[in-house]
Design a protein around this ligand. Sequence first.
Ligand code: NOJ
Length: 679
Amino acid sequence: MHFPRFAATIAASCMLALPAWAQQLIASAASPGNVLSVEVQVDGMGKLAYGVKRKGKDIIAPSRLGFNLANAMKLDGGFSLRWQAVSEHDSTWEQPWGERQFVRNHYRELRVDLEQKNRAGRQITVVFRIYDDGVGFRYEFPAQKQLPTTEITDELTEFTVAQPATAWWIPASELPGLEEEIRKAPLKEIGIANTPLTLRLDDGTHIAFHEAALVDYATMWLRKVDGQKLRAMLAPSPSGPAVVRKGAFTTPWRTMQIADDAAGLYMSDLVLNLNEPNKLGDVSWVKPSKFVGVWWQMHLNSGTWNAGPKHAATTANTKKYIDFAAQNGMRGVLVEGWNKGWESDWGHGGADFSFTQPYPDFDLPGLAAYAKSKGVRLIGHHETGANIVAYEKQMDAAYRLYAKLGVDSIKSGYVHEAGTALFTGRDGKPRYGHYDSQEGVRHFVKAVTEAAKYKLSIDTHEPVKDTGLRRTYPNWLTREGARGVEYNAWGNPPNSVDHEAKLVFTRMLSGPMDYTPGVLSLVGADGKTFNSTQAKQLANYVVIYSPIQMAADLPENYEKYPAAFKFIRDVPTDWADTRVLNGAVGNYVTIARKDRASQDWYVGAVTDAQGRSLPLPLDFLDKGKRYTAEIYRDGDQADYRTARRFDLVTETKTVTAADTLQLRLAPGGGQAIRLTPQK
Ligand code: NOJ
């Protein structure tokens, strides 16, 4: 619902001439529940700044807005207000799939139209959307003859955090990109960070900085410029200015989720709300589901992607996985290494990959048909080695082939060293660069929109970061974009014991992750062990959200652990509701989710190296109903550091909404629970 706009104009001519240092408030607005407020000001030089208060207290101290341009004078200074307007919006929309079915979008919008009188009247608008749980703002560039093309070298947007804070961050632009271990440090000691960047302020308030709707623009990194101040840093382009746009355009939203605690950050739908609604129409062909894959054996070095004596993607081996999937109610079978090109040094080139020609020992049409006959679908695989130029040449033929065979989803991969992706530059020539650049960002959106034409869904590995575009393109099912379970196979080092408790409040604020959970054997290549108990592997299905979830272990390992495997068979991947019940970044988290297809609830809890006992009030259950709780918990001696990591106890209890369970988590452990209403 849109309320009529009410507006106030302050004619620029009425504004008093200010000394350079003085600040004049030119616009302000508060969130619907008056939790957050935004103030916009100019100084005597006409430089713009905004600030954010929470419950009257500064959260973001006055912080700069503006741009440096390559083709014109900077958009910084000389600004005066043309117009401002505040409106309120409150609606609820339905997700085709997600952490919750219905999402409320309730905000006040503050539009601030600005003019640079000393630059021939150039105009920009800054639009703030102020929610009770966060703020997003973006710049709108109108079509104007003074600036027919905008060439942005720097975005001067700053975020001055008003208190000392602890940051959980990963460095941007470095190897291995989004797959760095998440670091913890005082804010004042961080460098150039990727987003989401999560902070806990000294008074306990939590903030996550990120961006929403990253389309045809360079990715925003955040550079610590001094003390508590972060500045937007646009990923560089190999073709010149970071961003080049013709005519009217808007930037992505710069977002701040702000909450009393870590749990509140994850409960916020700000990033999704700031994205455009679904542009694909009917997306009933997008299928949340579980899958197995010819995959873990390559990471264990017991199979190869390329042809040869250990080739894993053979017809016979794939049939084994199809049969296993069919027997266990899994919809998908991923097959990696099915196509020609793996024998090359593909991580440093990717030019030799064919996306249409299978190896001779892989019967693609026969297997696609066999899978279908069993109610299963093959999941395609396109490893590109980040040779986007070569991939885009084959993309249409490759998508068409899959669609013809009834393969309706693809895992794509962009393995490379950060900064060395090969894509088409602005001059139409192949350029090596960072795929966080405007050109790189364009490719990822193109891959998804082209796939939609063939009703194909995409799971991107080594992706550009998620900015909530799944709302607009619901076939962008999931992605990697952080250290997944594969690091436990390689073991150099494996994922740290607090990894999941960090992920939920950092990377997962951006969207779903193909974490590839469920390795019950807890062992990587050459006997390397995981920093996890078996119960935690189960809890990860609830804690780390993805609409498609892999049962990543080998079928023979699942056969060894039937009691634990039952949870993996049962757990759904699409939810009617989600509640974060407790959590501290990097320490522990408990999440309850309600199945979209039944009345069941599922709970997952994970902890770091410290064992814990967490109370779990069941007041999210329907009152007056009795539920059967199937509990998968760490055994009393379980410990991720010893062979007792396998100690898993399964037990059943009858509970109601009035009960409180006590969750005992072993060091490095977890707990998973299914709650089913009794008849
Ligand atoms: C890295 C991906 O994360 C992994 O899942 C895949 O098996 C390899 N690349 C090969 O494409």
